[in-house]
Design a protein around this ligand. Structure first.
Ligand SMILES: [Zn+2]
Length: 511
């Protein structure tokens, strides 16, 4: 055989579009060319493939080798094409004997094995297979596109990929093992690591003493998927509250847990505990590319790593204003699109935002612990760093006062395990009624599902005039009132629900 064709895949966003790897060995002066809009890393792959073949005891064929990665217009990065290229070279030069895989077995149905095999893996110079980033995203994408495919990956990556139910996954540690597997001398099957018997450790809300209003607001945020802003002096427990939101939310179902793990795997790091909702807390010095994603070769940002979980932005006014403004669109759409010259990459970014801020630059305004040293102008300037449109998108805005001296004497609060069933019931009711949580209800849905009774409507209209709310802000109050009613399993929004909802929406400057 002088032409070998193998299947591999690229990775754009969390999708893995197919890439055909064609390897042709012709006569002529020795040469090794890779074509198909391959970037630097793919060109470097030539050197790794050559060294890996020689270190593994194979011959590097003398002749004119041409590798084509198709389709040409798909951006291809990373070393994951090393493995299919190396196998292609071995096939084209007749160094693998695998008749049973090359042809349809008389008794077997379906296409021959090699046509169903999708290979990806980087090679070290010694011929060892190096784990690839995004193995689980690749596996999910391949299983959706080609349920009959078998995926062959470096063994560590293969164990992650094997979590996808129904997909046949093979793993190997060296190029020699891959060849032995293809020649049916070695079984390359792998199994997913057993799920940890013990559930992930979740932080409990009972550890937050006092702060009854903030604890209540956190429960409301969890019960309706609402974004929230906590304003209070240093040491009042804003971070502690935020860290406890993932533990109040219902655990991820299997599909969502796989999606979250696939996204975590894009960074190449260790996956988080399976089923645990992500919690991301980037520092305020973060760049816009690191927060929302970007770079010349698009990379997901913190908002994508927070997908299906919580994004915590502490000291919100200290973030760059243009960085914060880039959050607005993903907060509406649930995804982020990164456009580059030829290509557009989309990442999911459906996160729940918890932001925290001090009441002023020095942090002590309104406190009876220490005096604020800010001038009124400084206070105004500090607060104006958060744009109105961003504040409009934050449903709940809550004061977290400094704890009094007696906070150690306060009884422990209600534990998360007691609160979680109320939240799960409220969210389930919302999904039954309208197919989404209250925070994501579109305007049309608000008109249909968030009708207050007469007294509540009068209160709402009065507050709208008094606080000069935008239409968006007024709608958000209706959604919070709906969540408060859902927490009580009340069919209608009453005046008590509306009064409490308005409390979460008073302008910060009034406090
Ligand atoms: Zn101050």
């Amino acid at each position: 055989m002088t032409l070998a064709v193998l299947s591999s895949c690229a990775l754009t966003g969390i999708e893995a579009p197919p890439v055909r790897v064609e390897v042709h060995l012709g006569s002529g002066l020795p040469a090794f060319t890779v074509v198909g809009l391959a970037d630097t890393e793919v060109r470097e792959s030539r050197e790794r493939v050559r060294a890996a073949l020689l270190s593994s005891g194979f011959e590097f064929p003398a002749g004119r080798l041409t590798v084509n990665l198709a389709p040409a217009d798909l951006p291809k990065e990373s070393g994951r094409f090393d493995l299919p290229i190396a196998i292609g070279v071995l096939l084209a030069s007749g160094q693998i004997a695998m008749p049973s895989l090359m042809q349809r077995k008389p008794d077997a149905s379906g296409p021959p094995m090699l046509e169903r095999l999708v290979l990806a893996g980087e090679l070290s110079l010694t011929g060892a297979l190096v784990p690839i980033a995004g193995a689980l995203a690749i596996a999910l994408s391949v299983s959706r596109r080609r349920p009959d495919a078998a995926l062959l990956l470096p063994v560590d990556s293969a164990r992650q990929a094997a979590q996808v139910p129904g997909l046949r996954v093979l793993g190997a540690t060296t190029l020699q093992d891959v060849v032995a597997g293809l020649e049916e001398k070695l079984d390359l099957g792998v199994a997913a690591p057993p799920a940890s018997a013990r559930g992930p450790e979740l932080l409990c809300l009972s550890e937050v003493r006092g702060q009854a209003q903030a604890r209540r607001a956190l429960e409301v945020a969890a019960a309706g998927g609402h974004n929230m802003l906590l304003a209070g002096p240093p040491g009042s427990g804003k971070s502690m509250l935020a860290q406890r939101l993932p533990g109040l939310l219902p655990p991820l179902d299997r599909d969502s847990a796989l999606e979250a793990a696939a996204i975590a795997g894009l960074a190449g790091g260790a996956p988080p505990a399976f089923g645990l909702r992500p919690f991301r807390a980037p520092h305020h010095s973060i760049s816009s590319a690191a927060l929302v994603g970007g770079g010349t070769r698009p990379r997901p940002g913190e908002i994508t790593f927070a997908h299906l979980g919580v994004l915590f932005l502490d000291e919100l006014p200290e973030f760059g204003r243009h960085v914060l403004d880039m959050l607005r669109e993903p907060m509406e759409t649930g995804h982020v699109a990164i456009a580059r010259a030829m290509h557009r990459t989309t990442y999911p970014a459906r996160f729940q935002l918890v932001a925290a801020m001090n009441p002023c630059k020095c942090g002590w305004r309104g406190s009876n612990v220490r005096a604020c040293t800010c001038t009124p102008d400084q206070v105004a300037a500090y607060r104006s760093r958060i744009s109105g449109p961003l504040l409009d998108r934050i449903d709940l805005q809550v004061d977290v006062p400094a704890p009094g001296d007696d906070w150690t004497e306060l009884p422990a609060g209600e534990p998360s395990t007691a609160i979680r069933p109320r939240i799960a019931a409220a969210l389930a009711a919302q999904h039954r009624r309208q197919g989404c949580c209250n925070a994501l209800l579109p305007t049309r849905g608000i008109d249909e599902h968030c009708q207050p009774d007469e007294a509540a409507r009068a209160l709402w209209k009065d507050a709208m005039r008094r606080f000069a709310w935008s239409a968006r802000a007024a709608h958000r109050v209706l959604k919070i009132a709906r969540t408060l009613a859902d927490l009580e399993a009340a069919p209608d929004i009453g005046v008590a629900h509306m009064a409490e909802a308005i409390q979460y929406r008073r302008p910060l400057a009034e406090r």
